[in-house]
Ligand binder design. Sequence first.
Ligand code: ATP
Ligand code: MG
Length: 279
Amino acid sequence: MDRILIVDDEERMRAVVGAFLEERGFEVREADCGRAAVEVAEEFRPHVIVMDLVMPDISGIEAMSEVLKFLPDCKVIFVTAFGTIESAVDAMKQGAYDYITKPFRNDDLLMRIERALETIRLRDQIQILQDQLDEKYGLDNIVGASPPMRKVFELVRRAAPRDVTVFITGETGTGKELIAKAIHRHSPRRDKRFVAINCSAIPESLTESELFGHERGAFTDAKGRRIGKFEEADGGTLFLDEVCYLSPQAQLKLLRAIQEKEITRVGGTGSIRVDVRIV
Ligand SMILES: Nc1ncnc2c1ncn2[C@@H]1O[C@H](COP(=O)(O)OP(=O)(O)OP(=O)(O)O)[C@@H](O)[C@H]1O
Ligand SMILES: [Mg+2]
């Protein structure tokens, strides 16, 4: 059950909002001042706090920063009186999730709470997926006890954290792609995209456009602007699978992109800076 903490020095306000939220199926607790809010939050661990901005003891913002120290994922929605928008903006800067001005409709508050909870759910899901990826591409899960494979793991550990270009060779089916992903997952770029392109599967005439994108009208079929794999992978890792199949001409253009960290879309004039790690 989702837990909501209501903090306000006005008892009536707590009672009305509390009853409304309980009716909607939330588990609700109340606190009548900032200090009490911190104490209750420690034990109740609310997902969302609906808190008055101005209270007699410590301010709502102070209470929030105390709570966020031990509940960093908690979402705080401030309730402010009309005409104190500035302090609400200030509260947002300090890490509040949202604010609502008095007087407000309960439905409006409910919508904001639901949105805060949705944010928490999405974050949790991302974390779960992240953990699954870590497990899948963790070196512990890549099979190999032989000295050559141990050497490979050692190289991955050394190369991954550094922003160096990596060239992987090996016979078919030996796990080159697996290792490429492991390098990405162990690198500082792990939260950005891993984009793979199979260089042997693109027709020669489209290689450049696939890698660097094109502007509208660059060639007969270029109906609109299209972003290439380099731009898609910006900030992350670009895996050029079977890179040896690229034509020498395409390899020259690739070299420029790697050296200069700049690309030009086909039919485009200006160059675009890209921050991509190549494997
Ligand atoms: N050491 C390993 N431990 C666990 N799974 C592996 C290992 N090596 C390969 N695999 C699995 O074998 C399959 C082929 O691996 P992958 O696609 O990475 O090989 P590849 O070297 O890129 O092959 P190709 O040259 O055919 O493209 C994948 O499903 C991969 O997960
Ligand atoms: Mg492969």
